[in-house]
Design a protein around this ligand. Sequence first.
Ligand SMILES: *Cc1c(COP(=O)(O)O)cnc(C)c1O
Length: 428
Amino acid sequence: MSRSAALFDRAQAVLPGGVNSPVRAFRAVGGTPFFVASAAGARLTDVDGRTYVDYVCSWGPLILGHAPPAVLAAIRDAAARGWTYGAPSGAEVELAELVRRRMPAVEMVRFVNSGTEATMAAVRVARAATRRDLILKFDGCYHGHGDGFLVKAGSGVATLGLPDSPGVPAGVAGLTLSVPFNDVAAVEEVFQRRGADLAAVIVEPFVGNVGFIPPEPQFHPTLRRLCDRHGALLIFDEVMTGFRVAPGGAQERIGIRPDLTTLGKIIGGGMPVGAYGGRGDLMRLVAPAGPVYQAGTLAGNPVAMAAGLATLAATATPDFYEALERRTARLVAGIADAARRRQVPMTVGHAGSMWGVYLAPGPVRNYAEAKATDTTLFASWHRAALARGVFLPPSAFEAAFVSSAHTDADIDFTIEQLDAALGEARAR
Ligand SMILES: *Cc1c(COP(=O)(O)O)cnc(C)c1O
C-alpha cells in the first residue's frame, strides 16, 4: 500500500471523509487523494516521492507558486516578531492601503480569516445599509459555506430559494433568490417583482466554482444598472478573481465599480485571510465605527498580513499579469489543439491566469450547461494526467490556475502529457 493510501485510511477514522475540505477527497474523479510531503515553485511532491506540476495552486492563493523566496522571507521575519498580538499592528494598515491603491472601489476594508467570513459579513452590511432582507445570487456561484449561500433555485425565476444542504433552515434559504449566470432576462424579472426587497446582488464576476465561465458583455453592466435603479447593493465576490485576473481584479478588467467587494485567497498569499470592503459610507457601519457587529480573534494576523503584502508587492506591475496571461493562453491553446486533433469536443477559456476546460462543444454560459458536459471522460482524463505528473483540479467544476513559477518548459510538458492522457482516457 502506498504511503498516501495508508494515510487516507487513517484519515477516514478521524476526519469526515478523510479530509478537511470535500473536494480534496477526489470523489468527483474517482481514486484516492495523494498526501503532500512538500511543495516548491510549480510542483507538489507527495509522501511516496511522486512529483506533480500543480494547476490547483491551493485553489487560487498561490499566484507566485509554492514557497516563493520573497514570501517565505516575509513570513519568517514576521513570525520571529511574534505571530499574534491581540492588538493592532502596522502591517494591517499597510495591506489595507495597498488594497485600496489596487482597487479604488475598496475605500475601507476589514480583514477576516476566510472568504466564507468575508461574504457573510458583506451581506450583513448590505442588509443593514438597505434595511432589506433578500439577496440575489447566481446558480452554481460559490460564496463560501454560509447558510444563506447554500441554496438552490426554487421552481420559478422569482421564487425564493431552497436549502441545498441539510442543516440550512428553510427560513434562511428563503431569503436568497438564485437565477442562471449570464441570464439578463431572469435578473430583470427578479428586479421587476422583488426589486424593492433586494438588499444585494452577490456574484462571482468570472465564475470559477463551476469550472471557468466568463461573463457576457452586457451581464455586469445590467446588474450595476438594476441595482442602482432599485436601491440594491452590488457585491463582487472577488475571493478568487481579486489580484488574479488583473492587478485590480475583475472590477478593473471589466470596468464595473461594485459597492462592496469580498477578497481572500491571493490577498493572504496562502495564509488564512479574507477581507471585505467597499464604499466608505457602507464600511463605516461596521463595528466599532458603526452598529453592524463583526469581529475576529486572529483577524489581521501579522504573519498572514506579511504574506499578503509580499505577494501583492511581487505582483505590482501590469507586466507581471501580461506575462502570466500569455503563458496561460499558450497552455489553453495547446490543450484545445490536442482535443481538436483527437476529435474530443472541448471548450476552453481563461481570464488572466485563471482557466478552465469543459469536455463539451460549448459554449458553456451557466451552471446547467456546465452540468451537461462530459464529467465521466473528465474523471478518466484527470486520473491519466495525474499518473503522468500533472495535477488538474479533481473535479470538472473547478477553475485551474497558472502561477508565475510555471515555466515555458512546464507548459510544454503539460500540453504533451495532457494530450497523451486525453488519448488514454478516451480509450477506456
Ligand atoms: C474560495 C471562495 C470562497 C470561500 O473562501 P474560503 O476561504 O474557502 O472560505 C468564496 N467565494 C469565492 C468566489 C471563492 O472562490
